[in-house]
Structure formats: C-alpha cells, structure tokens
Write a protein that binds this ligand. Structure first.
Ligand code: 13P
Ligand code: SF4
Length: 307
C-alpha cells in the first residue's frame, strides 16, 4: 500500500465516508474503495450507504444517481468534470422537444444520462438489467430507448421488441472494430471474448459473451478457460486481475492500440480523492425539483430489477 493510499484510508475513517468506485477507475482507487462495481451495483450500494458522506469515484451521472437516492447525504467526487460522451449525446432540452413532438412514448433511459434526462424518463436501466427492464414495459406502449443506440440494438436483439433508438454512443466502445477483435481472436483462439453491449453489433457478433462489467467478473470466474479477451474500458482489467488472480486477461485492442481508456473515468486520481475528503468538496448538487422527478424512474428500475 502506498503512503497516499494510507492517508486516504485514514481520512475515510475520520470522515466516516463510504467510497464507491466504478470498475473503470484506476487500480489505486479500486484498492481502497468500500465497494467496486458496475452501474447497477453502485446504484444499490448508494441506496444502502450508511454514514453522512459518499465519495463517488466514477463519472458525474453515476454520482448524480447516488445523490438522487440519498438527497440528505453529501455526495463528493474527486473531479466534478468527469463527464461522459454518451450522456452528452442526449441533452435534456433536445429530449424535451422530441417528446413534445412525439407524445405517448415510454422513455427507457440507460443510466448513462444526466439527472435532467432521468427526470424526463419513465424508467432507468443499466447494461446489467436492460433486457429485464424493457421486458416489463407495458406492452401497449412504444419505447424510446436512449441515449446508446448500440445497447438499444442489443436489447432489441435479446427481447425481440422494436424500439426507437436515440442516436448516441460511447466514444470508447466505438473504438473497437470487427477487424481489431477478429485479429486478437485469431492470435488467441483458446480465449473467449467478453464484450460490453456498448460495442457495435459487428463487434458483439464476435463475442462469446456480451454483458455488463459486473457480469464479466462472474462469466470469467465460472468459465473453465484460463485466458479471456476483454472488450471494454481498460480499468476493468484491474478488477478482473484482483478478483481472479489465477486467470489471464488480454485487453481488447482498438485499431490503434490496446489502451481503450475513458478520459472521463481517468480524471479521478487518488490525490484528488484525498483532497475531496480533506475539503469535503467538490460536491454534487442537484435542485430539489430535479431530484423529485428523477427519483421515481430510478426506484422503478431498482424495484423491477429485483423481480
Ligand atoms: P456498466 O453499467 O457495465 O458498469 O457500464 C457503465 C459504462 O459507463 C460503460 O461504458
Ligand atoms: Fe461514458 Fe463511455 Fe466513459 Fe462509459 S466509457 S463513462 S459510456 S464515455
């Protein structure tokens, strides 16, 4: 353990803070978090968090979700600028205009969207429960799925339901191409490929398993293979290596490199996390109106995904 990690743990104890970290966070942050998981697991962990302070090491929309389910708690982030290209692809005012022009749609929003977009939604989903959520939408309602067209396409393939898809994508997962994954498959024919559903259909078609970051852990744990090709953001490999030390993980290459890094996730550093606990800032602040509107679709998701 490094001296900065020791300092962080001391402050965490003094502040009685709960530290939640996404699977894409830097290794040194994952090592000192109370809970490391995918968006769905983090939503539950936020809902159950004890103590007055949550330090959320992930991107802004995830920390907003923690604040919405815990409005009375102080939710801190190491860096408030840690955004998401996918969330940016669906601005709330554009969605509001679209819904005015197309009344009657049932809005299923992937958790990768802003609190203001959640406030305009009927139900939220994550990559871990999207299929289950879409299957519970009243069958007489036409669905608008947003903001990720690739995840939406995957859910349509899995459920057989037709949905309108918002035209958004994740710049990190768009870097993987069928050619780059085909190449690495040929180099390691014994290694199953696990891919995130934010990848394009042609990349997903080359995968043995398409799943959320959390399910990647259980898939690799239970599968008899020793080596896996992991097609998602590179932080996932830290989590896999820590939990499954006896197995090997090869990062899915893009056309340029084997370093699919989310620049937003990587804005959080351990030094900034220390500073957030020292200064109790920066804090995620949301208006009571947005919280009141965004909470029901998140709670609907949490209830529907328990069913
Ligand atoms: P998970 O829901 O699988 O954690 O993914 C979140 C994300 O941002 C993927 O890019
Ligand atoms: Fe957003 Fe993509 Fe980064 Fe996930 S990996 S937080 S979807 S930009």
């Amino acid at each position: 353990m490094t001296s900065v990690q020791r300092k962080f743990l001391q402050l965490k104890m003094e502040r009685k803070a709960v530290v939640l970290a996404h699977n894409y966070q830097r290794r040194e942050i994952q090592e000192v978090a109370d809970f490391v998981g995918d968006s769905l697991g983090l939503s539950y962990a936020a809902q159950q968090a004890k103590g007055e302070i949550i330090l959320f090491c992930g991107v802004h929309f995830m920390a907003e979700t923690a604040k919405i389910v815990n409005p009375e708690k102080k939710v801190l982030m190491p860096d408030l600028n840690a955004g998401c290209s996918l969330a940016d692809s669906c601005p709330a005012d554009k969605l509001a205009d679209y819904l005015k022009e197309n009344p009657g749609l049932y809005v299923v929003s992937y958790v990768n969207c802003t609190a203001a977009v959640k406030a305009l939604s009927d139900v939220i989903c994550t990559s871990g429960n999207a299929e289950r959520i879409v299957n519970q939408v009243p069958p007489d309602r036409e669905i608008l799925f947003l903001p990720d067209r690739n995840l939406g396409d995957w859910v349509m393939q899995k459920t057989g339901k037709k949905m309108r898809l918002w035209d958004g994508d994740c710049y990190v997962h768009m870097e993987f191409t069928a050619a780059s994954i085909d190449r690495v498959r040929k180099e390691h024919p014994e290694a199953p490929v696990v891919a995130h559903p934010e990848c394009t259909r042609s990349v997903r078609a080359l995968a043995d398993e398409v799943c959320s970051t959390e399910k990647m852990v259980s898939f690799c744990q239970t599968h008899p293979a020793k080596t896996f090709i992991v097609v998602t953001e590179e932080g996932m490999l830290h989590r896999l290596k820590r939990e499954l030390p006896g197995k090997n993980f090869i990062p899915g290459p893009t056309d340029h490199c084997a370093c699919a890094e989310c620049r937003y996730m990587k804005m959080n550093t351990l030094e900034k996390a220390v500073s957030a606990l020292e200064n109790l800032a920066p804090e995620v602040v949301l208006s009571p109106e947005i919280i009141a509107k965004a909470k029901p679709p998140i709670e609907r998701m949490l209830n529907w995904s328990r069913k």
